[in-house]
Ligand binder design. Structure first.
Ligand SMILES: [Zn+2]
Ligand SMILES: [Zn+2]
Length: 142
């Protein structure tokens, strides 16, 4: 899966975002975390010394550019993870959240229906979250 490694700088270059210092740092941290990284983990990381507003804006920019996904895990914490490339920016997919280790996984093999709204309503996000035990937690608790 790691065959073609793309750097944080390349991802920003391919999007409309300028490669600012904090965007690069934050994107690098999110790329490293395979099962999502929380807002708290990002803000408390030694790699990030910027202001809270800087953190908030950088994450919002990355999210709006379709590079990362912002989700809530089983415990209600906000998590950030890379948006899978294969899914395209408009394809909706559900997520799995482990209630023990709080890891999150994109279930990209499943496509959610395009939910249509009444006239005048605007969709901003569709959340479909499956809670449970991940493979490693299920094997240690049984
Ligand atoms: Zn788990
Ligand atoms: Zn996802």
């Amino acid at each position: 899966m790691q065959k073609e490694f793309v750097s944080a700088g390349e991802i920003l270059k391919n999007s409309s975002l300028k490669a600012t210092r904090w965007r690069l740092v934050l994107l690098g941290m999110i790329m490293k975390s395979e099962s999502g990284i929380s807002y708290q983990e990002l803000s408390e990381s030694k790699d990030f010394e910027g202001h809270r507003v800087t953190l908030y804006r950088a994450l919002r920019d990355l999210e709006e550019a379709g590079i990362i996904e912002k989700l809530r895990d089983a415990s209600g914490n906000v998590k950030y993870m890379m948006k899978p490339k294969e899914s395209g920016s408009h394809r909706l997919h559900p997520h799995f959240s482990c209630r023990i280790c709080n890891s999150m996984v994109c279930l990209t093999d499943i496509e959610l229906p395009d939910i249509s709204l009444p006239a005048g309503y605007t969709r901003e996000q569709v959340v479909c979250l499956v809670y449970g035990l991940c493979k490693s937690c299920a094997s240690t608790t049984s």
